[in-house]
Design a protein. Structure first.
Length: 150
């Protein structure tokens, strides 16, 4: 499983949380977090195109891509675990993609097999990475019928 993220996490408390969830998830599956360069300019189309090129370096046609986007499908944790269980049984090449400040390019969205939204709200991308990892961990706990706080 890979998580491709536009931008780097700089805050130590978020880095610590990310490492903790990576460690917890490693009990169930191998996980790789790939940070790609984010771009700061006012030309949104140019930014999305540059970030698209960075993301494309890390995906292949065999990947089951899930994009994280406001326009995606909202699921409960239980529904997410059911969806993940189905995907995991179909593919070893699961890739989550978290976009940058302007979201994701239309081409990256078109490559996705599933579009997931955690909320209509906007979250800082660094914090969202922690939220995604926590939900992935929770999903493995649910799939394996292990207790985890509600």
């Amino acid at each position: 499983m890979k998580i491709i993220c536009v931008g780097k996490v700089k805050e130590k408390y978020l880095i610590d949380a990310i490492k903790e969830y990576e460690k917890r998830i490693s009990k169930y599956t191998k996980i790789e977090i790939i940070e790609v360069k984010d771009y700061s300019m006012t030309d949104i189309k140019k930014v999305l195109d540059l970030e698209k090129n960075e993301i494309l370096k890390h995906i292949s046609n065999k990947d089951y891509i899930i994009t994280l986007e406001i326009e995606g499908v909202e699921l409960s944790s239980l529904e997410f675990s059911e969806k993940m269980n189905t995907i995991i049984n179909q593919s070893n090449d699961l890739v989550f993609i978290i976009g940058g400040s302007y979201g994701l390019s239309p081409l990256i969205k078109a490559k996705a097999k599933y579009h997931l939204s955690f909320s209509k709200m906007t979250f800082p991308h660094q914090l969202f990475r922690v939220l995604l990892l926590e939900q992935i961990y929770r999903c493995y706990k649910i799939i394996n019928n292990e207790s985890y706080h509600k």
